[in-house]
Design a protein around this ligand. Structure first.
Ligand code: XMP
Length: 512
């Protein structure tokens, strides 16, 4: 395993992604970690991340005291390189020649990081983003590559297995970055690279059994990827000691509730409580038009109904949650000096505390695409594993204005046609999220010889990597034309279709 010490770079998580992709388990810890804790974790090597800070800042984030006494291989990236150099007796200066973006390094000497990737004399593309740079090496180091803005672009002390790179090997704009990292983790640090989803599954099932023993676990199931994979994994580990609770709020897409029941109860033989709470939710939402009030109402009811069902079951000591790694990483932030903030990681707002239960979180070490890989490994169907994100408040935030059963039914019909055509065209996996919105607008149309005065709908499809920013998906005109034709012909009550071409920012993905 590898430990990544985070100094607050925006892209620290990418380092972890690259390392794990090469089959090596790693964790991200804040730079404040103590050497005792690091030793207990037992990493084969340490990677120091970049940072928005400068080593010359008054309260610059410092390396853990005694880090180098551990005798472990260390790779410093950008700020990590500078902090290492400064501590070991080199020099770091702020220079007016700042480098941001694509740059080239000239490989001057052989180095373990280059094995099988870069050769002496080659000029290689990398991604730089720095103001400070190393200007004098600590004893024992040599420079093995240079760039225009960084005479010590890559440095190495091969005897002590200490390495530093001024650029960012973790971003895709450094084409051979993943291979360089692999040379550090596998070559220098000697990791075997046998961390796979199959090995994770075995380990995690054993951990679940050990934690739960003879106890009973309840798990809220939403039909989404995370709760589905968590539930299946826990069931594989402890069988009928697990009961899932599926609350149907009446604001899901067409056929979704049936699919959850069919998959989990019939296919997986998991004990499943299916509570149809649509009356309760829709009554509470009647006349509510404010999006935030919709969200709060839905969130509150979810908890109430879940607690009610859990109480009926009685006797469970454990609550399972599909918490993911990005929610539990203690993140280093830099508003007014470095600080470590721990993100709240309870998807179901305070449920575990209120219910006085212990958490079972089998996915808390995984990134989203690792959860998908695990899901495939344990036989969760592809239609669930590769599913687009769906918001907790469901269709309620895709109907601006108040919500009624009639409107929901209308939207479900439009949405199904749209998604069916997307799947038929083989586009589903290229899109981050695609859905329809029912607009609170009536417009005039003609149908046959008659005049219509019906509702309009909007279609939305975006690409994204994390939902924070999004681009409109560029459907062909033929495709849009075909979908619109089907919708106005097949859905009575809709006579106009528009395509939303707003990116995020300034738009959001959802309309509410
Ligand atoms: P926006 O609309 O803010 O959405 O661009 C970004 C991502 O978050 C989802 N989303 C939600 N998910 N509860 C959720 O569980 C919500 O209230 C909520 N609002 C937006 C949205 O679908 C997209 O994936």
């Amino acid at each position: 395993r590898i430990l990544i010490l985070d100094f607050g770079s925006q892209v620290t998580q990418l380092i972890a992604r690259r390392v794990r992709e090469s089959g090596v388990y790693c964790e991200i810890w804040p730079f404040t970690a103590s050497v005792e804790k690091i030793r207990a974790f037992g990493p084969r090597g340490i990677i120091l991340s970049g940072s928005p800070a400068s080593v010359h800042d008054a309260n610059a984030p410092a390396l853990p005291e005694g880090l180098f006494e551990l005798g472990l291989p260390v790779l410093g990236i950008c700020y990590g390189q500078q902090a290492m150099c400064q501590l070991l007796g080199g020099k770091v200066e702020t220079h007016e020649h700042r480098e941001f973006g694509r740059a080239y390094v000239d490989v001057a000497e052989p180095c373990a990081l280059f094995h099988g990737v870069w050769h002496v004399g080659a000029r290689e593309q990398v991604w730089m983003s720095h103001g400070d740079r190393v200007t004098a090496l600590p004893p024992g180091f040599r420079a093995v590559a240079h760039s225009e803005g960084a005479p010590y672009a890559i440095i190495a002390d091969e005897a002590r297995k200490l390495y530093g790179v001024q650029f960012h090997p973790e971003v895709v704009h450094t084409p051979h970055g993943a291979a360089l990292l692999r040379n550090f983790t596998h070559g220098v640090a000697g990791c075997k690279g046998n961390w796979t989803m199959a090995s994770f599954r075995d380990l995690e099932m054993a951990r679940i059994r050990e934690q739960v023993c003879e106890g009973r676990v309840i798990c809220g199931l939403s039909g989404g990827v995370d709760s589905s994979v968590a539930a299946k994994l826990i069931h594989d580990a402890i069988g009928d000691q697990l009961t899932c609770i599926f609350v149907d709020p009446g604001i899901l897409r067409a056929g979704e509730a049936e699919e959850v029941v069919r998959t989990f109860r019939d296919e997986f033989n998991i004990r499943l409580v299916h509570r149809d709470a649509s009356d309760l939710f829709l009554n509470a939402l009647a006349g509510v038009t404010d999006p935030e009030v919709k969200r709060k109402t839905i969130g509150r009811l979810f908890i109430e109904v879940f607690e009610e069902e859990a109480a009926k079951l009685g006797g469970a000591q454990f609550l399972a949650q599909g918490t993911l790694y990005p929610d539990v990483i203690e993140s280093v932030s830099f508003s007014g000096g470095p600080s470590v903030t721990i993100k709240s990681h309870h998807n179901v707002g305070g449920l575990p505390e209120r219910m006085n239960m212990q958490l079972v979180e089998p996915l808390r070490e995984l990134f989203k695409d690792e959860v998908r890989a695990l899901g495939r490994e344990i036989g969760v169907p592809e239609r669930i594993v590769s599913r687009h994100p769906f918001p907790g408040p469901g269709l309620a935030i895709r109907i601006p204005g108040d919500i009624t059963r009639e409107k929901l039914d209308l939207l479900r019909k439009v949405d199904s046609i749209y998604l069916e055509e997307i799947r038929k065209a083989g586009l589903y996996d290229e899109i981050w999220q695609a859905f329809a919105v029912l607009l609170p607008v009536r417009t005039v149309g003609v149908m046959g010889d008659g005049r219509t005065y019906d509702q309009a709908c909007a279609l939305r499809a975006v690409t994204s990597t994390d939902g924070m920013t999004a681009e409109v998906y560029p459907f062909s005109f033929d495709f849009l034309n075909r979908v619109a034709g089907r919708i106005v012909n097949e859905v009575r009550g809709i006579n106009r279709v528009t395509y939303d071409i707003t990116s995020k920012p300034p738009g959001t993905i959802e309309w509410e």
